[in-house]
Write a protein that binds this ligand. Structure first.
Ligand code: SF4
Ligand code: SF4
Length: 306
């Protein structure tokens, strides 16, 4: 049976949609946002991570690596050009400082795991959220998993970056989804390409199409914007988003305040930090800054979802 790469199945989440939810994090994303809060979900293949704060310095791993990929002189500890992802070191590390990132699962395995929490979904009006990475990367797999959950009476939400083929989405995924969280990050297409890796044409077209269907009685769509200092949170960008929402009669949105925790996650994966990640991107976003962004939307009559 076909399997896909899953980063994590997380239970008891209160932050990924209504009620108590289980979150299925897919691995792989068509975008490459420099601030991605889940950088371990960006690549489609398995990876190895090293958390220096968990390492007890036992040196067991050094003796198990036949590729000589591990060295305390290496600032990332692992030389990923030498590592062949055999995960011998991970198996032998007593402290979980070394970890495998990404596991293959099939549809029944995912469904069986998350259904264990169905009593919590039922009592809290919760359900299952598909996140990532980008859950629509494998539409066939996503659609089959969502369908199986719907057949078990589970509320299904997907969090998407919007970069997908609409016809395929409409055929394979849309019929099995109750709620769509849709990211609108940067309105200027050249800026979108600079910071997220691709222009935003497809994303905006998909958003407009899905939102119009929602207003016609289709699946609810909630647009969301991550507030990234001096990238998405500029007055110019937020006002452009407000204009889009006015055109599409959007009455409600969600803003996600910035936090810098992604930077440590990048280092665990051996990814150097971009030069733009210094300054404000190295700090938690001040409440006043978040409130100023919120005011741009509320002044335009667009409500904020907590
Ligand atoms: S995964 Fe294998 S090759 Fe890579 S560092 Fe660990 S032991 Fe070495
Ligand atoms: S085996 Fe684990 S705890 Fe021991 S040195 Fe290697 S990474 Fe650190």
């Amino acid at each position: 049976m076909k399997k896909t790469l899953i980063l994590e199945l997380k239970g008891n989440s209160l932050d990924d949609g209504p009620g108590i939810r289980s979150v299925v994090f897919f691995k792989g994303c068509p975008l490459s946002c420099i601030w991605c809060h889940n950088p371990e979900s960006k690549k489609t293949g398995v990876e190895i991570s090293f958390e220096p704060n968990e390492c007890v310095g036992c040196n067991t791993c050094l003796g198990t690596c036949t590729k000589n990929a591990l060295s305390k002189e290496n600032p990332f500890f692992i030389d990923r050009t030498l590592c062949n992802l055999c995960f011998e070191c991970v198996t032998n590390c007593p402290s979980n400082a070394l970890e495998r990132v990404g596991h293959e699962m099939n549809v029944p395995e995912i469904v069986e795991t998350v259904l264990k929490d169905k009593p919590f979904f039922d009592t809290s009006k919760g359900g299952v959220t598909f996140s990532g990475g980008e859950p629509t990367l494998d539409m066939d797999f996503l659609g089959k998993t969502a369908k199986a959950l719907k057949e078990n009476g589970v509320h299904v939400l997907i969090e998407t970056c919007g970069q997908f083929n609409y016809e395929k989405f409409n055929e394979l995924v849309y019929p099995h989804v109750d709620l769509i969280y849709f990211d609108i990050k940067i309105m200027d297409s050249s800026h979108h390409k600079k910071y997220c890796g691709l222009p935003n044409k497809t994303i905006l077209e998909n958003f407009r199409t899905l939102y119009r269907r929602y207003l016609d009685g289709g699946t609810e769509v909630l647009p969301r914007t991550p507030l990234i200092p001096d990238i998405t949170d500029t007055k110019e960008n937020l006002l452009a988003i407000v204009s889009l929402y006015k055109e599409e009669q959007v009455k409600k949105t969600q803003l996600m305040a910035y936090h810098p925790l992604w930077r440590d996650k990048n280092l665990k994966l051996g990814i150097s930090l971009p030069s733009t990640s210094e300054g404000k991107m190295g700090e938690w976003m001040a409440t006043e800054r978040t409130k100023a962004c919120e005011k741009i939307f509320t002044d335009a009559g667009i409500a904020l979802e907590p």
